[in-house]
Design a protein around this ligand. Sequence first.
Ligand code: NAI
Ligand code: MG
Length: 478
Amino acid sequence: MPFEYAPAPEATDHVRIAPRYDLFIGGRFVRAHSRRRFPTVNPATEEVLSEVAEADEADVDRAATAAAGAFPAWSALPASRRARYVFRLSRLIQERARELAVVETLDGGKPIKESRDVDVPLAAAHFFYYAGWADKLEWAFPNRRPRPLGVAGQVIPWNFPLLMLAWKVAPALAAGNTLVLKPAETTPLTAMLFADICQQAELPPGVVNIVTGGGQTGALVVGHPAVRKVAFTGSTEVGKLIQRQLAGTGKRLTLELGGKAANVVFDDAPLDQAVEGIVNGIYFNQGHVCCAGSRLLVQESIVGPLLEKLKQRLGTLRVGDPLDKNTDVGAINSPQQLEKIRGLVQSGVEEGAELYQPECRLPERGYWFPPTLFTNVAQSSRIAREEIFGPVLSVLTFRTPDEAVEKANNTPYGLSAGVWTEKGSRILWMSERMRAGVVWANTYNRFDPTSPFGGYKESGFGREGGLQGLLPYVELAR
Ligand code: NAI
Ligand code: MG
């Protein structure tokens, strides 16, 4: 019998969201030259939270010029001084964790328990980790002298707004670069709080510049001649556009794009534990996760019992108010994303897969999609091939380990994978053969700043996190 839960809403009265935000350039908030603004809404209520500026070419130029102007002094600072600034940023994120978590949840729709326990602590940890490298760069790459590149242009998505900011900003600063960052159009608010944190940390003006806007603003950041290195996380489609845009410019590029990860469960796996890992793998953050375990590969002999347990577990997921501390699945980030999920789910039904959704009441306002599971999925169907980026799991089966590898790798993507088995040798065997940047063993969606993350094939190239995450931001001189 499912438990009844009384509402446990997180307070929002400690948070002040300004009705309007300007661009953060040269250490100050400045009015956009464009004079244009656009709203950012709370996807759980459709209420407008604030209006942010839309940066045009002149604005991006101003930001890139500020970053270029700040570079000589910033890169010449003694490394221990730079480290101190980065440590300061991490401590301020910790200090303001509650505020950041609430704003992240309001702006993006993710459950407060995730923004509070995952996004914000991991963002702080990322800054701490790279602050640690800042004064040890000399020893990071033996016999090589790492030198910063200059201005980094960074474009990030809406699924982990503050965390993706941390993944981009922390290594860039630690290595001595300055930057222009463009947050996603539906989730700009924690980046605006971060701008405030930069002021609070007394970061030298121009080291961090934040310009809001849509894809066009992103393209301007990427294309600006002062930018020496581009880091992008987002759709494979835009990643390809950027790669074309940058061809021949000599700019450095890292791309972290989509995924269609296989989560492989063998017949000797601890089933209850695997069910939790499967749920975490695909319903975490409404499935808006590039490394989501969206294809479940189950060994044929355990399909019956596993699906029974999984369906039962789906029935206990609490969908609704993201600010409620009990909520497991929050709001879909935007009407566009909801449309995309609906379209792909429809295609799954039309292509003959069997749809399962637990009974659940969705709120009337806002953008919602229930936890969804498809069985009888053909490898050729769209729901087995395309990134849905929603709470939708496609279940496929296999008989032998070889078949599992074959099916897991049968995708244009290669970001992540999961293996569930009791046998250590099988974990190693599988992880050697699966073409994925990260392979989780008997767990899923686990992140640590010391561990590099990135893709194969159409999931992109370059690594973020760990020592490897410094490489895109340095030149290695002899
Ligand atoms: P998107 O790739 O358009 O957006 C990501 C970021 O890129 C945003 O900040 C956006 O403003 C910016 N952008 C858009 N066009 C650009 C351009 N030409 N040059 C430079 N920057 C540009 O992704 P979108 O449209 O929000 O989502 C579409 C699909 O992409 C999702 O359904 C999902 O499948 C996938 N996606 C994957 C992500 C990941 O983490 N791998 C993150 C976001 C989306
Ligand atoms: Mg929003």
